[in-house]
Design a binder for this molecule. Structure first.
Ligand SMILES: [Zn+2]
Ligand SMILES: [Zn+2]
Length: 354
């Protein structure tokens, strides 16, 4: 029985092309007690592989977190399968706003310790004591309230290309980092302010809201279904859209455009631009924002050094990399001293404090 992905991304892309069928990209998560994640994982893989599902799914004892795509005409079968699983019955699926048949090219179902790497010790607080879930309409109301502090629970490279108007956007690399910063900056307002938070699909706020309640915040709210579900509701119910720019996503699409505002800059020349790229140098792969003009000039590289290395014959590049190992640095996201226009978001709370 096949339990793991066997096709390369290239082979898969060719198959999708050949099939010529529209695929649907979606995401969902659920916190639930899964006693045997490995067994659950294997069953999922077998069923979903037969439905031609592709994506990245994490299974842990605490639940499941999935981002995936499948042929649109098999959606009902997929939904029927979900409904056979107790804790996934009737679950809300976040359907992507911008569809792309190539959003995922492999099916990877992984067993992890946690479904989000949140760095938290869950035993230290009650994770089920969550904040109030609000829909788009209520969210719009809440964030107009002078008594509200709106916080973006995502990382710097996500909020840089798009966020809600007036949101505080912590300049952090990890979720864990942002928790302390937010708590510290709002320590005098735990009881009098509304702490309203949001993230991509809602999953990070599930933990964050419980964490902040545990830390003594009295009025904690979270945007249900995150930016993805918000956008769907805004379109559906013809509400005012208060999100500016692009919603960063973790698949081949990298982002979906929510409004025409371009709130970011090319990290190399400073022109208004909001599309991320990875440095073409295999030893770098830095995620950064690069406009079309700079892309051409720099051959899709983040620095002249990377450009020179990228121009070398492949064997020479390989020899250069030898023995260097992959340090975590090379996957740093947009943090590099040689990018003059990378926005520093560190002082974000200052305006609020005044
Ligand atoms: Zn540029
Ligand atoms: Zn580079």
């Amino acid at each position: 029985m096949q339990l793991y992905n066997t096709l390369s991304a290239k082979e898969r892309a060719e198959l999708i092309e050949k099939a010529g069928k529209d695929r649907l990209t979606l995401s969902f998560y659920q916190y639930a007690k899964i006693t045997n994640p490995q067994e659950f994982r294997d069953q999922l893989f077998i069923t979903w592989n037969s439905l031609d599902v592709l994506g990245r799914i994490y299974v842990a004892q605490e639940g499941i977190n999935g981002q995936l795509s499948l042929p649109a005409d098999r959606f009902n079968e997929f939904k029927t399968h979900l409904d056979t699983i107790d804790f996934l019955k009737g679950i809300r699926l976040n359907i992507a706003i911008e569809q792309d048949n190539m959003s995922f090219l492999k099916l990877k179902v992984k067993v992890r310790n946690k479904i989000v790497a949140d760095g938290l010790n869950d035993d230290a607080f009650d994770v089920t004591n969550k904040g109030v879930h609000v829909d788009a309409e209520k969210f719009n109301e809440l964030i107009e309230d002078d008594n509200t502090v709106l916080v973006d629970m995502r990382n710097h490279y996500e909020s840089e290309i798009g966020h809600f108007k007036n949101a505080v956007t912590p300049d952090v690399d990890t979720f864990r980092e942002s928790l302390d910063i937010i708590e510290d900056d709002l320590k005098d307002h735990k009881e009098d302010k509304n702490l309203v938070m949001y993230c991509t699909g809602g999953i990070r706020c599930e933990k964050a809201s419980a964490y902040f309640k545990h830390k003594g915040f009295k009025n904690v709210f979270q945007l249900e279904g995150g930016i993805i579900e918000y956008t769907r509701q805004v379109k559906d119910k013809d509400l005012e859209n208060k999100f500016m720019g692009q919603n960063f996503v973790f698949d081949e699409r990298r982002a979906e455009r929510i409004s025409d505002d371009v709130i970011a800059q090319c990290h190399q020349c400073g022109d208004a631009f909001d599309v991320h790229t990875n440095c073409a140098n295999d030893a770098c792969h830095l995620l950064f924002i690069q406009c079309d003009k700079c892309k051409e000039e720099m051959n899709n590289c983040c620095s002249t050094t990377c450009k020179e290395i990228h121009a070398l014959p492949y064997e020479e590049q390989k020899a250069l990399r030898k023995g260097q190992g992959n340090s975590n640095d090379i996957f740093k996201k947009g943090r590099a001293d040689h990018l003059p226009y990378k926005k520093d978001l560190r002082n974000i709370f200052e305006s609020f404090k005044k």
